[in-house]
Structure formats: C-alpha cells, structure tokens
Design a binder for this molecule. Sequence first.
Ligand code: ADP
Ligand code: MG
Length: 696
Amino acid sequence: MSGRPEVLFPLFGGLTKLDGIGPKTAQALEGAGIANPRDLLMTLPQSGVDRRRRASIREVIAPATVTVEVTVGEHYPPKTRGRPYRVHVEDAETSFQLVFFHARGDYLQKLLPTGQKRVVSGKVEIFDSVAQMVHPDHVLPLAEAEEIPTYEPVYPLHAGISQKLMWKATRSALQMAPPLPEWIDAALCKREGWPDWQGALARAHCPASSSDLSPHDLARARLAYDELFAHQITLALARATLRRGKGISSRGTGLLQARVLAALPYKPTQAQTRAIAEIAADLASRLRMNRLLQGDVGSGKTLVALMALLCVVEAGGQGVMMAPTEILARQHLEGLQPLAASAGVVLELLTGRDKGADRAAKLAALAAGDIDILVGTHAVFQKDIVFNDLRLAIIDEQHRFGVAQRMELGAKGQATDVLVMTATPIPRSLALAQYGDMDVSVLDEKPPGRTPVQTALVSTSRMDEVVEKLRHAVAEGRQAYWVCPLVEESEFIDMTAAEERFKRLRAALGEGVVGLVHGQMPPAEKDAAMARFVAGDTKVLVATTVIEVGVNVPNASIMMIERAESFGLAQLHQLRGRVGRGSTASTCLLLYQAPLTESARRRLEILRETEDGFRISEEDLAMRGAGDVIGTAQSGVPRFRIADLERQAALMALAQTDARKLLHDDPKLDTTRGQATRTLLWLMEQDKAIRLISVG
Ligand code: ADP
Ligand code: MG
C-alpha cells in the first residue's frame, strides 16, 4: 500500500480546478470543511426545489417557487433611491411583477427586453395584493431555458457560497469522478439494487424529486454504505491487529471464582453468568481479547470484572482495573478487597495519591508478582509501573476511551487482554460505530429485588415544600443526594452553586446532617465527605456531578437534581441510577426552572416514563443526532458526511458483518475486491487503516 492510487488524484486535487471556483471561493469552501473535489462530491443536497415549467403562477399557491414563461412588459425604474426596480411581466393567464433591489437599469434592460419572451424561475409572493417575484433565481431566453433543472438540488450552504456555485462546482466535480472498481460484495450490491459508486454519485447529485433525497434512496444508501464500510474495515483491521498480538492463553481453574461466589450473599444473574463465560473463553483463547461489557447502571458489572480478574489470577497471572475517578477506585477497593481476601487473593489500590516509600513498595510488590490484582485510577498505567505477568486490563466506565486510543494500545503490541466496561447504554448503531472493533457482552438484566424509582418533575418555585419533604424523609432515616446544577462548563461556578445550596440545606436541616463534595475539594476532604455519607453519618449529600459515575450507596433512596433541564438525558439517567439500589422504594425529583423549552420538557418526560437505559439512549439519539450523543471528537466515531446513524442503523450492522467477513477471507486485502477496498480506504481517508495494512 505504497500511496494513494493514481485514479483518485483528481479528486484530491485543488478546488480551483473546478468550473467557477476561484481562490476566494475555494477558501470559503475550505472554511466549510470542503477542501477538494472529493469533499464536494460527498456533500449531498439536503433538499430540492421543484422547478417544473408551469403555464402560469396561478398553478401554485403563493408563496411558492414557480417557473413560467413570460412576456416582458414595461420597466419601472425606482422614482426615489432605495425603492425597488420593477418589471411588469405576463404569463399565459395573469400578470405579475419582477422586483429588483439595488439593480442597474441597463443590466435589467438587457436581461429583460420589453416585448420579448423569457423563462423566469423564483419565489412568487403576494405583496399589497400584487403577485411579485423578488430577485428571480433564473431568467433565461427560451432557447436556453433547458438549463433550469426541473428539480434543483439544494445544498447545505455556508457563508460566501451560493446555490448556483454549488450547482456548478458539483457538476464539474462529477465530471472528474472516475469509474472505480467495486468494493462492495457483488451479491449484496445486487440484492440491494445499488448503483456503482460513480452512478450513485451522479444520481445523488441530480435528484428528480424529494423521494430521491430520502436516506432510503438507493444511490444515497450506497454512498452511505461506502462510508460505513470503510469505517468498519478500519475497525475490523484494528481488531485483527490487536488479536494477532496475543500469545498467552489464560485458562482459569474456576477455583478462586467458586470461593468468591460462595462468599457472595447473592447469585449472579443469567446475564452476568453469560458475560463471565464469554470473557473466560476470550481469556483462554490465544487471540487477544478486546471486549466491551455494556450494562446499564446497577446491572452488576463489577462482579463480572472481578470474575474475569480472578480467572487470570487462577492462570497464574495478574490483572488491573482502572476507574475514572479516585472515589470509584476506592469504592472498588472497599467492595472487592474483602471478597478477594476470602479467596486468598491479594488486591491493592494505586492512585495518584500514592507517593514515596508506599508507592515504591507497591511497585516492587507488583513487579515481584506479590499483588494479584491492582485497582486504581489512570495512575496504574504510568510508565514506571511494571507487572510481573499482566494478563488482563479492565477499563471501567470509560466511555471516552476512543477507537484511536484503543488502536494505540494495540499498536504497542502488548499481549494484555482488554475489557472495557461502560455504563452508558448507547443505541446499537452507535455501539457499532464506536466499538465496532470490539466484541460486545451485554448485561441486559438487572439483579433482582430492585424497586423501581419514582420520578417526578417539580418546579423550583416549590423549593420550600421540597426541603420540607426532605426533612421528613431524613427523619425517617432515609438518605438523599442533592445534585447541583451545571451552571456552566466551569467547576468554579459549579462549586459556588453547590456551596450555596449546602449552606441553605444545613440551615434548614441542621448541622451535621448535610455533607458536601465537589471537584475542587482537596482529595482527602472529598473522601472523608463520601465516607461519612456511606457510613450514614450525613443524611444528605450535596454534590456536583462528581457522583455521576458508579458510586454505590444502597441506603440512599432519594435523588434530587436541581436545574435538571440543564443536564443531558444520559447524564440524568446516570444520576438517577445512584438510587434504587437498596430495598426501599426510591424517589428521583427533577427540579426545573420554569418555563421549560419544548425539548427540555420532552427530555424530562422521557425520564419519568422509563428507567430503561437503552430506550432512553434511543430517544436521545432521535432528539439530538449521533454526534451529540457520543460527544464527537474524543469518541472515535467519525463525523460521517453522508451516512445517518439514526436512520441508517441497519446499514451499519451490515457493514460490520461484511467488513469482518472480508478481512477473514482476505486478511491482507490482496484479492480483486481487497484491492478495490484499499481504494475505498484512500477515498475515505482512513489513514489509520492504511497504516495498519502497510505494517501488517
Ligand atoms: P454497575 O453495573 O453499575 O457497575 P455494580 O456492579 O456496582 O453495578 O452493582 C450494583 C449493585 O448490585 C451492587 O451493590 C452489587 O453488589 C449488586 N449486585 C451485583 N450483582 C448482583 C446480583 N446478581 N444479585 C444481587 N445484587 C447484585
Ligand atoms: Mg460500576
């Protein structure tokens, strides 16, 4: 894979080679993310204008775009400055006016000579009960009227770029699009009825009606598939590269697992048992594991993680689990250490707070193999940390661990098996886009004995009432979280809001009853505040979103979220997931500031309707679109130019299956189809994939 195939050169050349594009326009296009003819071709029209020829403007109901043949009448230049120039015209049935602002008379005389026939196309409006067309889009002599497309594509526009220009430039770019060898499986192409790449582009840029703009149109579907397929090939290559790296198989004996299971006060759910088995099979295999464990909050991912870690310990190796925050790492330690101890397994904590001799001692123990399982923050991946025999790395709640980072990890060639756990349910299509390089286990069942959380919407104008209810609840021995608003993307402001709320609640409920944690607190204070809440010493914990991920306090049964409308759906779902973990009925109060916008109301209502994280994520996707749901850049999901993850979800699944199959049959992409696929990767600028093939 030495370089970009020559056949693609024109598509990656300068924009100024295209008709009607000078340096200035090229710059404007670049500002809009269109750097070359290829980008232009991948910018599809988003709507269209019907410009079928009509006999008269009477055939449409104003305001509407209409195209008619007219006989040009009198010109009425403006009598005073600032007034428009008017030209009287007549079609087959009626008369109307063409209206021009800041027009030059001599130009208009030439364009519209009195007594001659012209075809005009533009939007007719009624103004002062006179029909008029302001600045027609097209004015042409009859002989040239063919130039007006009967259905004119409308492109997404950016400053400095007109529709006319996009029209011209895309026509010219289409001339440059070469025929390319087919990379899509022949049978699939035939079954779907897809045109070839060149044909699909031509069709997508020349829609004949609005139905051609639907994501289900064959040309558009094919072009979307090309994008998704290229992305999935990249992921599949990453997956293959990663799996190749593995040399050791960790076959557990089941002994330690059995001891821990015997010490547990409950039985694993079926979903947990299934996930544990899937992971064990990966660990036992010689291929390197790269697996995602997806499970809603409270679905019991920690137990699955522990079983996986025990499996590698049984096989004589070590395991590490990384949590995103100090609080979570400590909580894992507290929850898991006793269980590990019951099986004679040494589990230790390492965070950024370990310093000096303590840290050195831990590192020495790790290197000697005296620590079996290490739990910690990202500190566990620091350079100077050496394991005796690391077999498994678990990354907990790490939804921001993107494809690119996983590829880096793979490129290092370590033999370590990787398990990523996420508590953010995401729709299947997004999961495929974001984690398509991984194998996925899903915990789709919650441990029994949970009581549903009652969710209610309350206006902040009823704050006094809310605090009064909270006082009663606390008197009954219940515990509550009070999450403070995300005022801005600023920890400082969050902190002020939280401190303010803390003071007020303390005044209302009494000293010692209310605790506070926020991101700006010194770590030791934060731990102490958490510990007091876990122990039940404080009853109400005022917090910023630091509690969002993973914290587990079963006795807490009330979740107050202030300014709930300022949070996203996924975040609200995560926060609510902190309660409903014990046997008491739990409540979640979404405190909002009236008036709510339409979409904010909808978000809060969805939350009231369901606790199903997957359903919530689908609704979130439908309301916001893919880029926003996963948080763009870091997520590793590219911004597709054509593919629409929401409406073309099925295509993504198809692309994954097809990509994996192709790489299975043709790992080096040597066959005719493999070669064509390389061209696709260049076309789609999948540099990472291209590098992987060149090294592979
Ligand atoms: P998450 O998936 O959000 O990380 P956790 O692993 O923290 O969930 O589990 C949530 C709670 O459920 C914990 O208190 C845990 O002890 C409990 N739990 C886990 N598995 C089961 C089970 N099979 N039966 C009953 N309780 C369970
Ligand atoms: Mg967890």
